[in-house]
Write a protein that binds this ligand. Structure first.
Ligand SMILES: [Zn+2]
Length: 119
């Protein structure tokens, strides 16, 4: 038995049927997900996790804590205070944003970062 989409070998238990096709679980989830403009599956997974124990990496936790204790922070401040690179910050921020923990907004010419629930 093979997935018709990606060709993965499937055992009987792994088979998902969708619209007459035999699919593996990954392709099945892919099929039933709505259009992927903003990776809805990741958002869904993040949202689902939010009510349980959120597990952040130490770096994400550090950034979250820092932002939580500031009125607002820009990327220069965050990176210099935490001694991290902009790339580190952007990667961690993408995850935190997906989990709806922090957000970015425009304040004049600057992009600032605050907690997601903060007005
Ligand atoms: Zn597949």
């Amino acid at each position: 038995m093979k997935c018709e989409k990606c060709g993965a070998e499937l055992s009987q238990d792994d088979v998902c049927e969708y619209a007459g096709q035999t699919l593996c679980e990954d392709c099945y989830i892919d099929r039933i997900s709505p259009t992927k403009t903003c990776d809805p599956w990741a958002v869904y997974t993040a949202k689902r996790t939010q009510n349980k124990d959120i597990v952040l990496t130490p770096l994400q936790q550090k950034i979250y804590d820092f932002i939580a204790h500031q009125d607002y922070s820009d990327i220069d401040t965050i990176c210099s205070k935490l001694s991290i690179t902009e790339d580190d910050f952007r990667t961690a921020f993408a995850t935190l944003r997906h989990m709806e923990l922090v957000k970015a907004s425009k304040e004049g010419p600057k992009i600032i970062y605050t907690l997601f629930n903060k007005k």
